[in-house]
Design a protein around this ligand. Structure first.
Ligand code: TMP
Length: 216
């Protein structure tokens, strides 16, 4: 049994989860808990190299099974190297995307068998599931508009492979996430991500389980 607490952020492109994960990490840290803020893909040195392959638009021809297995390779390394040790040490781990992303993108989005995704997720995570998951929900048109502006930025210039997918793909991912959330209502909270960053963060704080409502 881990002593820590494991929070994940999920959502379509441009939903603002990276900003919100950072703001939540600061908030919980200010309340006196040790926080490890991390992400997938790319939460380890090995994972950063996997991330480059996965998100580079030049990887356009990647086979869907190869794509799937690279996400699991990234996750297995991340769980073993970062997440499990941090939880065992009592930290709050906040992860920007985790296993649900593979079900939403590769399962619902690409059409990979959902049972296969669940089996491989179980192997990659060593059976670890998040304690609490925030699904940042936003219409696809708005998310892609935000994501494409961000990708014009030099730091994201080589990370646009998924944004090049048609709107229908992203709609499948969004509906997939909502379906996953509806099956696990205890773990998931769905957040309306269309407000300002401050409004969205306030909504997130209201949903937190009580030990983290550090400032009421
Ligand atoms: P992000 O760090 O900007 O969220 O980018 C990660 C991209 O990888 C995003 O387009 C979603 C995609 N992804 C999957 O397709 N499957 C996964 O399992 C994960 C973690 C991410």
């Amino acid at each position: 049994m881990s002593k820590g607490f494991f929070i994940t952020f999920e959502g379509i492109e441009g939903c603002g989860k990276t900003t919100q994960a950072r703001l939540l990490a600061e908030y919980i840290q200010n309340g006196g808990r040790r926080v490890v803020l991390t992400r997938e893909p790319g939460g380890t040195a090995i994972g950063k190299r996997i991330r480059e392959i996965l998100l580079d638009p030049e990887s356009k021809g990647i086979d869907s099974r190869a794509e799937l297995l690279l996400y699991f390779a990234d996750r297995a390394q991340h769980v073993a190297e970062v997440i499990e040790p941090a939880l065992a040490d009592g930290a709050v781990v906040i992860c920007d995307r985790f296993a649900d992303a593979t079900a939403a993108y590769q399962g619902f989005g690409r059409g990979v068998d959902l049972e296969l995704v669940a089996d491989l997720n179980n192997t990659a995570t060593n059976g670890l599931t998040p304690d609490f998951t925030l699904l940042m929900d936003l219409p696809v048109v708005e998310g892609l508009r935000r994501a494409r502006i961000r990708n014009g930025d030099i730091n994201h210039a080589r990370e646009g492979r998924f944004e090049e997918e048609p709107d229908e793909f992203h709609e499948k991912v969004r509906q997939g996430y909502l379906t996953i959330a509806s099956c696990e209502t205890d773990r998931f909270k769905i957040i309306d991500a269309s407000g300002t960053p401050e409004e969205v963060q306030a909504a997130i704080r209201k949903t937190l389980p009580s030990p983290f409502n550090v400032r009421g």
